[in-house]
Every structure is written in C-alpha cells, then in structure tokens.
Design a protein around this ligand. Structure first.
Ligand SMILES: Cc1ncc(COP(=O)(O)O)c(C=O)c1O
Length: 460
C-alpha cells in the first residue's frame, strides 16, 4: 500500500487533506487584488475541519491544548490561510527565511527538476555532489564582487573558503566563534566585542555573546557596545587592544527593533579590527539573500573575515547555512563544526535557484524595498505623536513607537486585521514593530500594507 496522507496525519475522515487542497486552490486561483481585499477575513466558502493541536509541543512553543488550533494551513506567495480559514498577509517572509514567499512556482519546478535529475536530498560531506560544490563557488563570487576567481583562489587573505556542511545559522556562527578563538594571539583572555541586543543563534557560546551563561564561560570576556556609538566602540578597542579576539555585528539588528547599523560604523570596526589583530564577523543570516547584491556586505563594500549566511539562502526549503571566510583562518578539523556529515545537495540546488531569481529581479527588489521603507518613513512622519522613527532598511523595515503599550496594542490589532508582523516590545525600552516582506513584494502590496498600517494607527 502506498504511503498515504490521511493515514500519516492520523485523520480517518480525510477532512484535513480535502481542506488543504481546497485552501491551496483558493490561494493559487485568486488574484492578488482579490486576496488583498479579503485579508483578515474568514474564508467561509472553504470547508472547515479538525486539525491536529500542539499538545505535545514544548511549553515555549505553545503547548496549550485548544479546541480550535489556528496555525498555518497552506500558503502561496505572500499570503497564507490558517486552520480556522483566516486569510493573512505575511509581512515577515515565513519568519525571515521564505525569501520568495510560499510555494514559489519556479522554485517548486526547480525542486521537481532536481529530483528528476537525481540530485540526492543529502549525503556524506566527503563526497559532495555538484550543487554543493557549485554553491560554494557562487558564494565566493558573491562575497567578492568583480574579483577574478583564479586570483581569489590564490589569495588566502580573501573570502575564498566556504564551510558548507552546516545546517543552521547557529552552527555557522559557532564555527566562526571557534575560529576566532583558535586564531586569537592576544596576551590575555580573549575579548568579544558585540552589539548590545545581538542574536547569533542558540549555541551556548553564541548565547554567551548575548549575556547568558556568564558562570560557565569565565575565561573569556564579552563587551556589549551600543550600536552605532562610535566613541564607545573606539574606547572599547583602546581598552582591550590585542585581547579583542573578535567583533560581531548584524547589519540590521532584526532581534533588536530592526536597528540599522551605519555602514560607516561597520567600516570603522573593520579598521579597528585591523589595527588590533581582531577578526570581524558579519552575521548575514537575516540580511543575506534579501538585497539585489544578494550579500549585504557587497552592497556596502565591506570585507569581513567571516560572513555568516543562512535562512533565506534556500528560500526556506531546508535549513542550510554557510560560513564564508578568509582562507588563512581555516583551522578547524572536519568534525569541529559541522552538522555531522550532511551538506544537503537538493537544498544547495534550491539555493542556486534562489540566488538566480534575486539576480534576475534585482531592479524590482531594489524598487520595492525602497518603496516600502519610504512608506514607513512617511507613516512615521504622519503619526509623529505615536511614532519615533522608521527602522530597518528596505524589505526589513519597521516602526519605532513612543510607548511600549501602544506598540503591543498595535501589534494585536494588526494580527486581527490579518497582517502577520512582529513586535519587539517584550524587553525594557523596546517598542517596535518589524516586517521582512518576501521578495515578491510589489507596489500593490506596499500600498495596501501602508494604508492598513495607517488605518490601524488612526484606530480604525
Ligand atoms: C542574526 C541571526 N544569527 C543567527 C541565527 C541563528 O540561525 P538558525 O536559527 O538557523 O540557527 C539567527 C536566527 O534567527 C539570526 O537571526
């Protein structure tokens, strides 16, 4: 007997499968204008049905038993339907990793093409297949725009090496931290200079960079500086000098109210690292694959020592991350920092497709990103009593509220309105909402979303 959806879902009635098919057809067959008009509605003409709940989940992932679970049912481009048949506009690209939204037709076709050609899903990293090898070359090319590949190969001081056997961003960040430690030459305990409010994954050492586990890691120091504070950064490097092992930054702090880091600040940090022998890591888990240049560092002409890539790289097909770094720093052995053995050939093929789409649509991506950020800036001006300023850059733009409670209330009402966006208002002083639209964002959606935010700010 073939494997069967209803049986696998534990659904004797076949309702869930039927509901998903109808929902998927509804999304695929409705035009964006029709869907936009109905964002926030319950689509009553679709059949309802029982869906599994989260009773076996861990508490922090919503282990509440509920009679009517309302999680994601199906998605298409920027839209998704919930299990209770509510239509949402996803303003966050899945949760920052669905570069091309849900079920992009060309990527779906590419996936089927890859399977048909015999690209394996995964295999031992000692015998990587063509897409993995091609992806490493493509990433080196993107990290070094305009440079000749043969020159790069011969230059150990260039970003010419890729650790590709990592599944998640956390593993790639951890690999960079380990290499910083192993390359550290300073006389004293290593010091990491990080931005206050950073997030570089869930590895324990990365968590130490954001303040956790001080009692466990006591032979290294972490100095958190305020983002964009030039004087504090200079004073920190002056104080710790050659003991600084590494500097870490995200170009847009998507885990702290979408604070954009000034390119000049990052270039200054580059210079300070060069003067003291510290290594610079730029975490592009969020910004990578969301700009026309693919890699944000290429956009601002910055050459870090480590470039962390992940999330959007495969457009959400499979967790796959990569660490691009300078060949001279290559000091880890095979099992020191990988997701033991795999390197996800099919996911690498999807990554190549995702990159190709970005390159093909570069102008449209630039225009839509600028239009969205401009809209946020206009809204911040129009509602200056409630809002402090726009935050973020391009598709990753947000709004900083004056009052935390107003931000939380706005977020609750946005969800009721069918706009799935994020709020950072759970820490002292935080009061921002964030978006990270998937790249199919266009003028029609920009105008719709901006007007919907205006209505919410007016209290409509
Ligand atoms: C900036 C940044 N670094 C690292 C990570 C960790 O990536 P992953 O969740 O794939 O382990 C994340 C995840 O959101 C992130 O936003």
């Amino acid at each position: 007997m073939p494997l069967n959806f209803d049986k696998l879902m534990g659904d004797g009635t076949g309702c869930l499968g039927a509901m998903m098919r109808t929902a998927r057809a509804y999304l695929a067959e409705s035009s964006p204008s029709v869907l936009l008009q109905r964002v926030g509605d319950r689509i009553e003409e679709m059949p309802g049905g029982d869906c599994p709940d989260k009773r076996w989940f861990q508490r922090s992932y919503g282990r509440e038993v509920t009679d009517a679970p309302d999680d994601l049912l199906v998605g298409d481009s920027l839209f998704y339907l919930t299990e209770q048949r509510r239509l949402f506009l996803d303003c966050t690209g899945g949760h920052y990793q669905m570069t091309w939204g849900y079920e992009h037709p060309e990527l779906t076709e590419l996936l089927l093409d890859g399977i048909e050609r015999g690209i394996v899903w995964d295999n031992h990293s000692n015998i990587p297949s063509a897409p993995v090898k091609r992806l490493t070359e493509k990433l080196v090319e993107l990290a070094n725009p305009g440079r000749d590949l043969a020159d790069l190969q011969a230059d150990p001081d260039s970003l010419n090496t890729v650790l590709s056997g990592t599944a998640t961003g956390s593993v790639a960040c951890a690999a960079a931290i380990k290499m910083m430690l192993m390359n550290h030459q300073g006389p004293g305990d290593p010091v990491f200079v990080v931005l206050d409010g950073n997030y570089h994954g869930t590895d324990m050492l990365a968590q130490r960079l954001r303040g956790m586990w001080p009692e466990i890691f006591c032979n290294l120091a972490v100095v958190a500086v305020q983002p964009n504070d030039v004087e504090e950064l200079e004073a920190t490097f002056r104080e710790h000098g050659e003991n600084v092992a590494g500097f870490w930054a995200e170009p847009i702090m998507m885990n702290r109210e979408a604070i954009p880091i000034e390119p000049d600040y990052l270039h200054l940090a580059r210079g300070l690292c060069d003067n003291t022998g510290a290594l610079m890591a730029i975490d592009e888990i969020q910004t990578g694959f969301w700009f026309p240049e693919v890699i944000y560092c290429a956009r601002i002409g910055l050459e870090p020592d480590f470039l962390v890539l992940g999330k959007g790289m495969t457009a959400g097909f499979h967790p796959l991350s990569a660490l691009v770094y300078k060949g001279r720093l290559d000091c880890l052995e095979q099992y020191d920092a990988i997701s033991t053995n795999g390197n996800a050939a099919l996911a690498a093929y999807m990554a190549l497709g995702c990159i190709e789409l970005i390159e093909r649509h570069a102008d449209g991506i630039e225009a839509a990103g600028a239009a969205w950020h401009d809209a946020m800036a206009e809204i911040a001006d129009e509602f200056a009593d409630t809002l402090v300023e726009p935050r973020g850059i391009a598709h990753m733009s947000g709004l900083k509220f004056r009052e935390r409670d107003e931000c939380l209330d706005f977020h609750r009402r946005a969800l009721e309105r069918g706009l799935w966006l994020r709020a950072h208002a759970y820490h002292e002083g935080h009061s921002a909402i964030l978006t990270k639209f998937a790249l199919p964002l266009d003028r029609q959606v920009v105008d719709f979303a901006a007007d919907a935010l205006r209505d919410l700010l007016r209290g409509d």
